[in-house]
Structure formats: structure tokens, C-alpha cells
Design a protein around this ligand. Sequence first.
Ligand SMILES: *[C@@H]1O[C@H](CO)[C@@H](O)[C@H](O)[C@H]1NC(C)=O
Ligand SMILES: *[C@@H]1O[C@H](CO)[C@@H](O)[C@H](O)[C@H]1NC(C)=O
Ligand SMILES: *[C@@H]1O[C@H](CO)[C@@H](O)[C@H](O)[C@H]1NC(C)=O
Ligand SMILES: *[C@@H]1O[C@H](CO)[C@@H](O)[C@H](O)[C@H]1NC(C)=O
Ligand SMILES: *[C@@H]1O[C@H](CO)[C@@H](O)[C@H](O)[C@H]1NC(C)=O
Ligand SMILES: *[C@@H]1O[C@H](CO)[C@@H](O)[C@H](O)[C@H]1NC(C)=O
Ligand SMILES: *[C@@H]1O[C@H](CO)[C@@H](O)[C@H](O)[C@H]1NC(C)=O
Ligand SMILES: *[C@@H]1O[C@H](CO)[C@@H](O)[C@H](O)[C@H]1NC(C)=O
Ligand SMILES: *[C@@H]1O[C@H](CO)[C@@H](O)[C@H](O)[C@H]1NC(C)=O
Ligand SMILES: *[C@@H]1O[C@H](CO)[C@@H](O)[C@H](O)[C@H]1NC(C)=O
Ligand SMILES: *[C@@H]1O[C@H](CO)[C@@H](O)[C@H](O)[C@H]1NC(C)=O
Ligand SMILES: *[C@@H]1O[C@H](CO)[C@@H](O)[C@H](O)[C@H]1NC(C)=O
Length: 477
Amino acid sequence: MKLWLLLICVVVALNPVTDFRVLDMDKALVNSKKISGRTLETYPGKGLLHTKAGSSNATVNLDSLIIPLKTDKYKSIYWVDVSVNQVAATNNQTFPLLLDTGSAIAWIANSSCLSDGCSRAPKFFYSTVTPTEFSLDYSSGKISGLLVDAPKSNITYTINHSLVVNNFTCGLAGSVPSFFSNYNISGILGLSANASLERGTNLLSQLRLEKAVDSAKFAIILGSPDNVNSSFGGLLALGQMADKYATSLAQLPIQSRPVVPNISGYWMVKVTLVSAVSSTGTNSTFNGAVAAVFDTGTTGLALPLADATAMHQMLFGNLFVADNQGNYAFPCNATGSIKFNLDGLILDLSVDLIRADEYTTAGLQGMCSSKMQGLGSTPNWVLGASFLKNYYTVFDVDHQSIGFSPRVSLYSYIANENANSSSISGGGSSSKTSSAVVSSSSSSSQKSSTSTRAAGSASFNSILSPWTLLLFLISII
Ligand SMILES: *[C@@H]1O[C@H](CO)[C@@H](O)[C@H](O)[C@H]1NC(C)=O
Ligand SMILES: *[C@@H]1O[C@H](CO)[C@@H](O)[C@H](O)[C@H]1NC(C)=O
Ligand SMILES: *[C@@H]1O[C@H](CO)[C@@H](O)[C@H](O)[C@H]1NC(C)=O
Ligand SMILES: *[C@@H]1O[C@H](CO)[C@@H](O)[C@H](O)[C@H]1NC(C)=O
Ligand SMILES: *[C@@H]1O[C@H](CO)[C@@H](O)[C@H](O)[C@H]1NC(C)=O
Ligand SMILES: *[C@@H]1O[C@H](CO)[C@@H](O)[C@H](O)[C@H]1NC(C)=O
Ligand SMILES: *[C@@H]1O[C@H](CO)[C@@H](O)[C@H](O)[C@H]1NC(C)=O
Ligand SMILES: *[C@@H]1O[C@H](CO)[C@@H](O)[C@H](O)[C@H]1NC(C)=O
Ligand SMILES: *[C@@H]1O[C@H](CO)[C@@H](O)[C@H](O)[C@H]1NC(C)=O
Ligand SMILES: *[C@@H]1O[C@H](CO)[C@@H](O)[C@H](O)[C@H]1NC(C)=O
Ligand SMILES: *[C@@H]1O[C@H](CO)[C@@H](O)[C@H](O)[C@H]1NC(C)=O
Ligand SMILES: *[C@@H]1O[C@H](CO)[C@@H](O)[C@H](O)[C@H]1NC(C)=O
């Protein structure tokens, strides 16, 4: 059986047509020069998550500290609109920037960038900026350009037209890898855990310094209506507001021990144990998981190649297909779940939540693309949007901790009365014209496996795998 499946692999490539992983990630890491110096704090409050009775719905009022996220039609990336305002200018520009907890600084494609990577979204065109050089090695390619000092350049930034940050340092990228051409984004808004990066680049620290937020933390709720036409992708809550809609928060310290050598600033926690229950009910334990990095810039789950294969074996026995690029497919009707013990906090992930769309290729009917992918041999497990979607996640820069709360099954977002709510509506079941109702694709993830297919409601019209992985791991050269 295994052999037959392997033969299929040779004939049918599983690779998504838009596959953004870069195979020389290890090389990029070796080039990195920074050393992590984070100290480990013990933090009270970790334990099991309990959903409070009656907390299954919540109404969130949008204000300047609760900002809607947008997503693409495949629900694979999440971004916010950031405007660059030139003092006394008439040409302020707005840029869609990917919200990325896996990278450290923000950058926007410069008008001088002519590569494919800069072809799909607005580019920065001011000429009066006063920059210094920067260069970033993402796992998927190199970005280089100049860092722009806002005050010296007479510019300010506004997030979603409501929250102003004055003294922020943003990169202007003259060269952007071509994989960006698959997305309609102008750049990346990094939200790393490192509050003390040089050049004042941590957005939350800067917002607090400018008293725009009352603490350096933020919460992310990823999720979008089933309506495939909606670009509403969830919420970003800033400062103390971040805790407001958490029903019960279990906090974990982020770790001092760098899993990726010499790179600091990851939202990373210790993994104590991972076990999986397969379709047939077999419970097996994975040996060797070290730490998990929580990254909104990664669409699915990215594991070291050998670990990804082992996890698929634990979940599906021999009934899965793998290629040698870290892509997997498993029977669409498979059930089962994974249980993560993250330093004492137990989080479940149902197989439903790692199942993407079905292949239509001959020989692969009935097989669905897996959102758990293999990536090189570095030991960290990257838990991306597919995982984070199940929780209300609080990222706390001050306390160097990450908190998980059960996400409520349904949020109603009520926009400001004078705000244009059309761009965030789309749930369709709201009675008020000024609100949008958004249901999670995983309404009871803590109890596992009652959810429907995650993010898979869009219909795809080809054999091209609908599932794409976007990975942003950063190091600063
Ligand atoms: C990490 O930093 C240490 C200490 O500076 C250095 O010896 C080592 O070579 C670095 N490792 C990598 C992979 O850059
Ligand atoms: C943050 O980054 C700076 C420079 O990149 C580094 O010196 C510092 O140790 C880092 N801090 C933490 C807490 O990782
Ligand atoms: C949550 O909202 C749904 C849809 O509006 C409604 O049917 C349900 O009764 C609500 N649940 C609670 C606990 O309020
Ligand atoms: C964010 O912008 C959208 C329109 O782009 C608007 O509808 C929404 O009210 C804004 N949110 C905030 C918090 O200002
Ligand atoms: C990018 O924008 C174009 C034009 O608005 C749209 O047709 C396309 O579907 C978008 N791509 C993605 C991946 O959302
Ligand atoms: C551009 O932004 C600046 C600074 O926020 C503001 O003073 C100016 O009015 C804006 N211009 C336009 C046309 O909105
Ligand atoms: C940005 O583009 C402008 C105009 O094309 C150019 O003059 C400037 O040198 C570019 N800066 C960077 C960092 O690429
Ligand atoms: C910024 O504004 C000040 C005062 O208006 C002006 O003197 C300076 O030249 C401007 N700097 C740039 C880079 O435009
Ligand atoms: C902006 O921040 C830098 C440090 O990141 C600081 O040296 C500078 O004085 C600040 N400028 C203003 C105008 O606040
Ligand atoms: C999405 O938009 C397309 C084109 O405008 C339309 O045909 C389709 O019915 C819409 N789907 C939903 C679920 O609203
Ligand atoms: C597998 O069994 C262990 C030990 O009984 C248990 O702690 C764990 O929760 C089980 N795993 C799953 C995914 O149910
Ligand atoms: C899944 O489907 C296959 C063939 O369509 C069938 O043989 C198998 O029993 C099904 N498994 C489950 C768990 O329903």
C-alpha cells in the first residue's frame, strides 16, 4: 500500500502551484548574526483552558484600538491597511501590510522595485525620505532597501485610518522576492516579541511610548465569514483592549532557549508533549518536539520534514501521500486529532482543521491536501494561522508571554456609526446594517472535532492545490 502511494507521488506532484517555501532556509539561518538574549520569566495562570458558560457569542465594538483584519479569498493571509502620511501632503498612500508575528520589522515595497514581487499592490513613492540601509533574510528570500526615519522624513503612519504612530522606522524595499507576486500586499508589518530591537521598530513598544496604547500587547482573532467574497479576516486588538474579549486566558512564557539558533523575537513556547489519535482510534505520542513558534505569517503548520511525516503517519497510518517537498495529502474522510501540551497548557487540533481542499487529479480523488507541511530540518514547529484561528491569542511584549483564550463561537463586530462598514460586512446574518457577524470555522475546538472544514469553503477550480503556505522567518543581517 505504501509503495503504491509512493509510486503515485512520482507521477503526481503534490506541490501547490503557489508554493512559497524556500528550501535553503537553513542557509539563511547560518548567515544570521544575532544572538537571542531573552530571559525566561515564569508566569502564573497557565493551565487548562475552560470555556466560560454563556461566552459563546460576543459583540465587539470597533474603535481605534480594535482594528479589522482583511484576508484574501483563500483565507491564507491576513493584513491591515497602513497609511503613510506626508505632513502637508495631498498624496497620502495606503498600503496593505501582512500582519506577521514571525518577523521583526515593517517594510513597504519602494517605487523603485520593479520585480514581480512588487507588482500586485501599491508601492511607496515618496522621494523626500532620509534612510539608512537594511537587509532581511526571510526563509523565502532576501529583502533589501533603506530604513526610513519617520520624523526626519516628515512622515507619520496611520493604521486602518484610525491609529497614528509618529516615530516609527519602516523599511523601504527596493528588492522583493518574486513569491510576493502571489499576494496583493505591499509589504509586511512585523510584530515580534522583541521590544528592544534597534531603531525603534517594535510597533507596540512605539505606540506605547507615544501613549497611543496603554500597554505593549495585542490580541489577534483570525477568522472570516464563510462568505468567500468577504475580505474580512478577523480582529487586531491593541493595548489593554487585548484582554477585553478573552473569556479565560491561559498564559505561557515565551522561551529563552532559541529553537532557531541566534534569532530572537519569536513568539515561541516550549512543547512538552504532542500526541495524536488517528481515524482508527490509535493514540500515539510524538517524541522530540521542542518548541512551537506562533506565526500569523504562516498559513498552515510548518514542521521539520521528518516530524511532518511522522505526524501524518501517526494520524493516517499508511493512508497518506507525500512528495519529497514536504507536501502531504490524506483521505478527506479521515478523522482524528492532535493534542499539544505546551508547557502545561493543553490545546487540541482536530484533523478537520488541517484538511484543505480535495485533489481532483487522477489517482488522488478522495485525498485532501494537508495544511501541515514539512520544512527543512530546523527543529522548530511553526504553528500558523490554521492553528491560531481556533483561539483568541494575546501577545504580550511587556511580560514576554503569549496567552490563549477559547475563542467564542461567534463575534459580532459593530463598526463606528460614521465608519464605512461595507468593507467589513459579509457575515450576512446580522440584523443591523452597521454590523457584521463572523463565525469561526472551528467553533468548539477545545472540545475537538465538531467543526466543519476549515477555510475550505471556497471552491477551487483546478488541480492546483488550493492550500498555500507562506512562511516568514526572519533574521537580521
Ligand atoms: C550563534 O552565535 C554563537 C555565539 O556568537 C556563534 O558561536 C554561532 O556560530 C552562531 N550560530 C549561527 C548558526 O550563526
Ligand atoms: C532584541 O533584539 C536586540 C537586537 O536585535 C538584541 O540585542 C536583544 O537581545 C533582543 N532582546 C530580546 C529580549 O530578545
Ligand atoms: C449566538 O448567536 C447565534 C446567532 O445569532 C444565536 O443563534 C445563539 O443563540 C447565540 N448564542 C448565545 C449563547 O447567545
Ligand atoms: C478601519 O477601516 C475600515 C475601512 O477601511 C472602516 O470601516 C473601519 O471602521 C476602520 N476601523 C477602525 C477601528 O477605524
Ligand atoms: C488580488 O487582487 C486582484 C484584483 O483586485 C484580484 O482579482 C485577485 O483575486 C486578488 N488576489 C488574491 C490572492 O486575493
Ligand atoms: C495626509 O496626512 C497628513 C498627516 O496626517 C495630514 O495632515 C494630511 O491632511 C493628509 N492629507 C490628506 C489629503 O488626507
Ligand atoms: C525608492 O525609489 C525612489 C524612486 O524610484 C528612488 O529614488 C530611491 O532610491 C528608492 N529607495 C530605495 C531604498 O530603494
Ligand atoms: C521636514 O520639514 C521641515 C520643516 O517643515 C523641513 O525643514 C525639512 O526639510 C523637511 N524634511 C524633509 C526630509 O522633507
Ligand atoms: C524617535 O525615536 C528615536 C529612537 O528610536 C529617538 O532617538 C528620537 O528622538 C525620536 N524622535 C522623535 C521626534 O520623537
Ligand atoms: C461572490 O461574488 C461572485 C461574483 O460577484 C458572485 O457570483 C457570487 O454569487 C458571490 N458569492 C457569494 C457567496 O456571495
Ligand atoms: C493519548 O493518550 C495520552 C495518555 O493517556 C493522553 O494524555 C492524551 O491526551 C491522548 N491523546 C489524544 C490526542 O487524545
Ligand atoms: C473513507 O472512504 C473510504 C473510501 O471512500 C472508505 O473505504 C473508508 O471506510 C472511509 N473511512 C471512513 C473513516 O469513513
